[in-house]
Design a protein around this ligand. Structure first.
Ligand SMILES: Cc1ncc(C[n+]2csc(CCOP(=O)(O)OP(=O)(O)O)c2C)c(N)n1
Length: 276
């Protein structure tokens, strides 16, 4: 359990970056808080960590952390992170990404890193939209939603990012919303500790981009919406098969855990074999 009293801001953040760029009611700041509390609980030396990101509001997060970071190009966070981890497997590498960054332009890097099982912790802030560029439709926008590029409602089916990660081979996959602070923090902690590709999707409100078009502009409405429209996996399993089949809520919780050989460890063994 994390230390609630600890002043995360003074301990881990670049003071000169304050205040943040995030809009009122945005969930990205919560994600940063939970991620740093997970790091703090594990107790890694921050100098042994690298925070990577692409482009987007969520991708601004490494810039706030007093640690090494790579704020790269749109969609390429996981590719850069893979390079960092392969070059120095002793580093603990965390990726902050958005739904557009991760599953739109970066979709191929995402599935291949999961397939390769590179030891990365990918924290994807899914706000159902391209937040930074003004609220366009993204690969996770729910059908029917209004966005600046779907003014009559989104006609496409969205990706389920967690199912995509599981299908591609990720050995640790979890989904939460910021309304579950302890569970989200614990999921990030587990993801960091996992030797392999960990994917933690955090559904987070974007009141300015997605929210303004979909009656979720007020922070309270958005937070209520996430609470009312999500169900924990544990609760879902308590329902009858008939009730479960009718469930339309987003399932949150640990969605998959397995053990698979990790790439940098395999590569290290391979190199040792050559030297022997
Ligand atoms: C190659 C490239 N294409 C497009 C853009 C424009 N762009 C910048 S941020 C962004 C969307 C970010 O959305 P997402 O990854 O979901 O993050 P969010 O801002 O919602 O956190 C886009 C399309 C870019 N910077 N580079």
């Amino acid at each position: 359990m994390f230390n609630k009293a600890k002043n995360i801001k003074d301990t881990y953040l670049r003071q000169e970056m304050w205040p943040s760029i995030f809009c009122t009611g945005c969930g990205i700041g919560n994600v940063l808080n939970y991620a740093l509390r997970a790091v703090d609980t594990i107790g890694f030396d921050i100098d042994d960590m690298v925070f990577c990101s692409g482009i987007g509001c969520s991708s601004r997060l490494p810039g706030y952390i007093e640690a090494d970071g790579l704020h790269t190009t749109h969609g390429r966070a996981i590719a850069f992170a893979t390079g960092v981890k392969m070059a120095d497997p002793d580093l603990n590498v965390i990726v902050f990404t958005g739904d557009g960054d991760c599953a739109g332009i970066g979709g191929n890097h995402f599935i291949h890193a999961a397939r390769r099982n590179v030891d990365l912790t990918v924290i994807c802030v899914n706000n159902y939209t391209y937040g930074m560029t003004g609220g366009q439709v993204s690969p996770t926008t729910p059908p029917g939603s209004l966005t600046t590029t779907t003014p009559y409602g989104n006609l496409e089916e969205p990706f389920d990012l967690c199912r995509l990660a599981i299908g591609a081979g990720a050995p640790y996959v979890a989904r939460w919303t910021p309304g579950f602070p302890y569970e989200t923090t614990e999921a990030i902690e587990k993801g960091i500790r996992k030797k392999g590709f960990s994917f933690i999707e955090i559904l987070a409100p974007c009141p300015t981009g997605f929210g303004k078009e979909n009656r979720l502009r007020e922070a309270k409405d958005a937070w209520d919406w996430y609470r009312e429209n999500s169900i924990t996996r544990a609760r879902l399993l308590e329902l009858t098969p008939e009730e479960r089949a009718k469930n339309e809520k987003v399932v949150v919780g640990t969605l998959y855990e397995a053990d698979r050989p990790e790439l940098t460890a395999r590569y290290g063994e391979f190199v040792k074999g050559l030297e022997a």
